[in-house]
Design a binder for this molecule. Sequence first.
Ligand code: FES
Length: 144
Amino acid sequence: MKRRKFIKSCCYTTIGITLAGSFLQSCGSIYYASVSRNANKLVIAKSEFWQLKKDKKVYRSFVLIKTEDSEFPICIYKIKEDTYVASLLKCTHRGCELNVGGGIYSCPCHGSEFSVQGDVLEGPAEDKLKTFKTETDNENIYLS
Ligand code: FES
């Protein structure tokens, strides 16, 4: 193998490993919580926001849920103690599924960005995301 070809090959390998690492790291934080129904409400246990890592209880800032009613997931963010916001991860521009990361929702199609409250941070989308009313008790979060 010629020197130039070898160096080029090493560069591609390094870039590939870096991108794969970033991708795997971002996937690691995505967690789909269990959801049930009670009347017209979706019910998610607050305990879904906790996980055990090396025998330590670690807090998740958000969880995703999937229902049979929608092809898009719903993201539930805990923004304060006992305060949650839930948004449908469907871009209001042309309907692509949004990504979650860095404390915002971003659209892979044309670059719109939304706050976790569903407000538009960056266009081309102009409308707020669909959000759900949230209520809580000691154990659960209820979406309607
Ligand atoms: S579909 Fe999301 S920005 Fe166009």
